[in-house]
Structure formats: structure tokens, C-alpha cells
Design a protein around this ligand. Sequence first.
Ligand SMILES: [Cu+2]
Length: 143
Amino acid sequence: MRNLMIAALALSALATGPLALAQERTPSPPGAEVYIISPKDGATVHNPVLVQFGLKGMGVAPAGVKFDNTGHHHLLVDSEAPADASAPLPATDKIVHFGKGQTETTLTLKPGKHTLQLLLADPNHVPHQPPVISKKITITVAP
Ligand SMILES: [Cu+2]
């Protein structure tokens, strides 16, 4: 009986240890908000498309720089936010990192409909807790 209890305690320590670490996310302050200033949702635009990033209640810091209530922008192009918000965001052509602290970019997109969404992340490219993510907008790029 005693051995069983020790085994159970050891198992629960193993189970909570790594999980507790994975949940150590950078907190975002209440009311923090990221949004796309331009283009407007539903707009028809021409290439190159200037995308301007807005942020309320937090500041922008380059990747790797740890400072409370800051982060850097990531632009999701025709993409969903990754389901696992505790992992660093990958860098792909659909998840663009702005690790120098940029607050705008220009894109060249194929004619047609596209979605854009901003997601802020901490110095290690991990979304904050709770995540600071914009509304997803849809634009049409004219031929
Ligand atoms: Cu990043």
C-alpha cells in the first residue's frame, strides 16, 4: 500500500512538472488589443499592399528583448493561428515575424481574396496569455 502511494505521488509529479513549465507564458495586460489599421476589412486593394499594425495597451519590442507588457507582431496571411498557443510560432510564408519591432509591411499577393490577422508574441515568439490577436480581415487584391 505504501509503495503504491509513493508510486502514485511520483507519477503525479512527473505529470504536473513538464505541464507546469509549458504553461509559463508571458502575461498580457487586461485590455491589450492588436488590430489592423489598414487595409480595412472588406477593402479592394492593389499590389503592393501596405499593411499597418495597431496596438493598444502594450508596446512593441524586438524579438529577444524581454520587457513587461511588450511583444512583436506576427502577420498571419491566409492562415489560422496555430492551435498550440504555448509553442513558439513557426516562421513560414504564412506566419511572418516582425522581430525588429516593425509596425507595418508591404505584401505582394495574388489577385483574389486573402485573409490577414495579427498575433502578438513574446521575446521567444510564444503568444501571450491570454493571446493578443486581432480580428481576421478579408481583402480582395485587384488584378
Ligand atoms: Cu516572432
